[in-house]
Design a protein around this ligand. Sequence first.
Ligand code: 13P
Ligand code: SF4
Length: 366
Amino acid sequence: MALAGSAVKSSKSTSRKASKAKTALDRFGEIKMPDLTYTDKIAKATAPLYEKVRHHIPEIEWPIHAPYVYWINKLKKKRNATILAHNYQTPEIYHCVADIVGDSLQLAREAGLVKEEIIIQCGVHFMAETSKLLNPEKTVLIPDMRAGCSLAESITAADIRLLREAHSGVPIVTYVNTSAEVKAESDICCTSSNAVRVVESFESDTVFLIPDEYLAQNVAKLTKKKILTWAGHCEVHERFTAEELLAYKKADPAIQIIAHPECPPSVVAVSDYAGSTAGMIEYAKTRKPGAKVLLVTECSMASNIEMEAKGVEFIKPCNLCPHMKRITLPKILESLVYMKEEVLVDPAMAKKAKRAVERMVNLKPN
Ligand code: 13P
Ligand code: SF4
């Protein structure tokens, strides 16, 4: 069953609600914006990092990035901050300033373990909220508060309450790509790497898996449970078609197709493997799928893993996530200097939302 999703605001307004408490800048104080001249000292200090991204950043452009990389790494220590970056961040963020990289589940697990005082979330808003839920004592900053997600925007807490009323007793699993207020109304969360396991953790024969309709349909093929869903879609993955992928296969039948399960089921059906971004990376690196791999997901991921997946040539049917791409080196530096933008979650809501995320994180493997 697919229910029509209504376009709604995410819980960003909740996070932005002016707190009576001091702002992050009041608490931590301002640091002077550093001079961003490309000096010999900066060139030397950043040379090893440039080696990691030289296939993606022309040498002539490095003097623009290098001062940001240098100062972000310096100020991150001064502020006692750690940078969590999703696999879709650009190579200069992923390889040059991130402390921890991963898929949504890995980042959620790591967020709860962060010891530093400040978490800078290089990803989208729901990821920053998840970090705040799992490590509420920390100050969580997102370099651009507008970094949203079409899935998170597709459903509200009121929608979930209506579903509960209409389908009493049916467990509600929400994808982690949702706002804290939606998580607060859910029984448990899931990511693309554990969705089947989460759905099967319930005794009920019928389970809601919302709001990603395609993820739900792909999961339904892997379980005996009856899956009820919602009409939310990822604006990046919904654009891939089976026809375009088959055209690549026709041109070179040896090409292996690796797709994200947010893609339509028709795309997953013509793929050799489907899994979360971490699963896709693992497959490309360890299963040696052949010389040419078509990575059916956000563009930056192939660029980020090319160095590690030696011997694999990635073909990128490129779709960019405009939300992930709002995060840039200059904005990360501003986050560190001006302590912005702080992600806050209403404590009562956070308690309920945290329960749903923790149930997922603590779920034992089968
Ligand atoms: P994963 O990294 O969990 O596979 O999720 C992909 C995604 O779209 C995150 O926004
Ligand atoms: Fe959301 Fe899709 Fe962008 Fe991920 S890639 S943040 S699911 S819009």
